[in-house]
Write a protein that binds this ligand. Structure first.
Ligand SMILES: NC(=O)c1ccc[n+]([C@@H]2O[C@H](COP(=O)([O-])OP(=O)(O)OC[C@H]3O[C@@H](n4cnc5c(N)ncnc54)[C@H](O)[C@@H]3O)[C@@H](O)[C@H]2O)c1
Length: 294
């Protein structure tokens, strides 16, 4: 008889990064996703995982019968500029909801069931000399949550690891609607022969990082990480105009938007040193493959 697989929970398992993580986890673990399908979609389901539909604030009720070894907490409101319009959603998910996830994690451990939390933090915390953390409702909640996770770890002696993502991109990104990502939108515009719309000034720089690289870093943090500071990002940075030019074609400039940071500071040294993590993909190759219809 084979060993019984340990259970892990992935909140936000039907979004952009979640499915790549689930693909990596499935050979080894039983995976349960909790997602409310706010930006996620059933098209992103991976065969073999169990999907529960619901808001993370209801995690204690919805996942009452689970005994996870790891909770990968990705299921939060996750858009920077749009968060000004959606501030109530942001609060419900990233403040009220995440508090419930942390309580679920605390109670598991305090009832003798060892469970590690891995938090999907945002590199916006480090942008623009640290001012990035307060530049939007989204960034504020993400930075505050990293502090709350650290404090829970200390107050209640709980195991955790905090990762920080730099601009994720990959095959499941949204290409239309208010929550589309920049590369998703460029891809759709390019393939339709339309001008690429670049938010001014276009010189804002990002370390675009493939979701498979983010997923591998998350898995390593889940299995080996301890504490704060696992930056996961590609070392190369590009401005949005440079990304648009990799596609080619006409560019149309859009007005500036609030919350749009200009620079980010990247530090992936801890993940590299402790896990040997290094990104395998480059955004240039990815864009080339999109242009050829892949
Ligand atoms: N992709 C990036 O560039 C990036 C950068 C920094 C941090 N992050 C963080 O990584 C995580 C995953 O990001 P992503 O790019 O896959 O985002 P995404 O929006 O594609 O995925 C988030 C998933 O969580 C779900 N979700 C949102 N609110 C929820 C709630 N209240 N209850 C249950 N499910 C909920 C969504 O439906 C979606 O499936 C997020 O926490 C995000 O803040 C992402």
């Amino acid at each position: 008889m084979g060993d019984i697989k340990k259970t892990v929970i992935v909140t936000g398992g039907a979004g952009l990064v979640g499915p790549s993580l689930i693909e990596l986890l499935l050979p080894k673990y039983r995976v349960v996703s909790l997602d409310n399908y706010f930006t996620g979609t059933e098209k992103n389901h991976i065969e073999g995982a169990t999907y529960i539909k619901g808001h993370i604030k209801d995690i204690a009720k919805l996942l009452a019968n689970e005994t996870p070894a790891i909770i990968f907490h990705l299921g939060e409101y996750s858009r920077v500029e749009q968060s000004f319009d959606d501030v109530e959603f942001v609060w419900e998910s990233n403040v009220a909801g995440t508090f419930r996830v942390l309580e679920y994690w605390r109670k598991l451990n305090q009832s003798g069931k060892k469970c590690k939390l891995v938090y999907a933090g945002s590199s916006t915390k480090f942008a623009d000399g640290g001012r990035g953390r307060n530049q939007s409702p989204y960034a504020w909640t993400k930075a505050s949550n990293t502090e709350l996770v650290n404090s829970y770890g200390e107050w209640f002696d709980l195991p955790y690891a905090i990762t920080y993502f730099y601009n994720g991109y990959g095959p499941r990104e949204l290409s239309e609607g208010p929550y589309a990502s920049v590369i998703g939108r460029f891809k759709k515009q390019y393939l339709a022969g339309e001008p690429l719309t670049v938010v001014s000034p276009g010189t804002q720089r990002r370390n675009f990082t493939h979701v498979e690289d983010l997923a591998l870093g998350l898995l390593m943090a889940g299995e080996k990480g301890r504490g704060d500071g696992y930056g996961l990002g590609s070392p190369e940075s590009f401005t949005i105009l440079e990304i648009a030019n990799m596609f080619g074609g006409k560019i149309e400039m859009l007005p500036m938007r609030m919350g749009n940071r200009t620079e980010s500071v990247i530090d992936t040294s801890r993940a590299e040193k402790e896990f040997g993590w290094k990104p395998k993909h480059t955004v240039r190759e990815y864009i080339e493959s999109l242009k050829h219809g892949k």
